[in-house]
Ligand binder design. Structure first.
Ligand code: HPA
Length: 235
């Protein structure tokens, strides 16, 4: 039944099969205005701006996901089940957990560990391993290599907690080789897996828990453009 509670588009034709999902709705607007041809806005419910346009002649949508697994869980569910989205690509930022990962680096999340209870809805015994689409992962790495953009590929943590009461908690994930922390990939990967569609999460490192370095907002541009080129090539 369209529209959905959170997306105003009245027809699935207003949204492309490939949807890019930055966390920030104003980032979605920036992407639509700077990377897409002829963008048309399809959503402003809760100011979660969404647009559909073209990239090199192919239809692409971009919409904010909001912060955290509940938020991206809602938007990705509606995009998949009500609007026919088939390739969902999160383009976000993350905090580095490893000393060899620096601000401005690009990370592609092969898998997403989580401290969230999101997977309990699927009624699985034990733990589930939220994993990127191999097709999208393979293509993204190939594009990055062809363009000469260095990327790190591995496990990230999708955390429910930004301000952790235990300031040392991150070190236990880091010890397990987790590359970086963000807050959405695991829910996106689970929703996509359950629905049989493709998802990928590409991240730029905005800060480091190891060195405490943080990238000023104005300085993120160059890596952001490289991340967008990789993401858009998947359309
Ligand atoms: N924690 C969680 N999410 C993030 C961070 C962080 O340090 N940096 C960017 N996204």
């Amino acid at each position: 039944m369209l529209p959905t509670p959170h997306i105003a588009a009245k027809s699935s034709e207003q949204i492309a099969e490939t949807v890019l999902l930055p966390g920030d709705p104003l980032r979605a607007k920036f992407i639509a205005e700077n990377f897409l041809e002829n963008p048309v806005q399809f959503n402003a419910v809760r100011n979660m701006l969404g647009y559909t346009g073209f990239y090199q002649g192919k239809p692409v949508s971009v919409m904010g996901s909001g912060m955290g697994m509940p938020s991206i869980g809602i938007y990705s569910y509606e995009l998949i089940h009500f609007y026919g989205a088939k390739k969902l690509i999160r383009v976000g930022s993350c905090g580095a957990y490893q000393p060899d990962i620096k601000v401005r680096d690009i990370i592609i999340a092969m898998s997403a560990s989580t401290n969230s209870n999101y997977a309990s809805q699927f009624g699985l015994p034990g733990t589930y391993a939220p994993t990127a689409s191999w097709e999208l992962l393979k293509q993204a790495v190939a594009v990055a290599e062809a363009k000469g953009y260095p990327v790190k590929v591995g496990n990230v943590l999708s955390s429910d907690i930004f301000y952790d009461a235990d300031p040392e908690a991150w070190k236990r994930w880091a010890k397990m080789g987790v590359l970086a922390v963000e807050m959405e990939a695991a829910a996106l990967y689970m929703n996509a897996a359950y629905a049989g569609v493709d998802a990928l999460c590409i991240l730029t490192v905005s800060d480091s828990l190891v060195t405490k370095e943080a990238l000023p907002a104005a300085e993120r541009e160059r890596t952001f453009t490289q991340m967008m080129e990789i993401a858009l090539s998947l359309a």
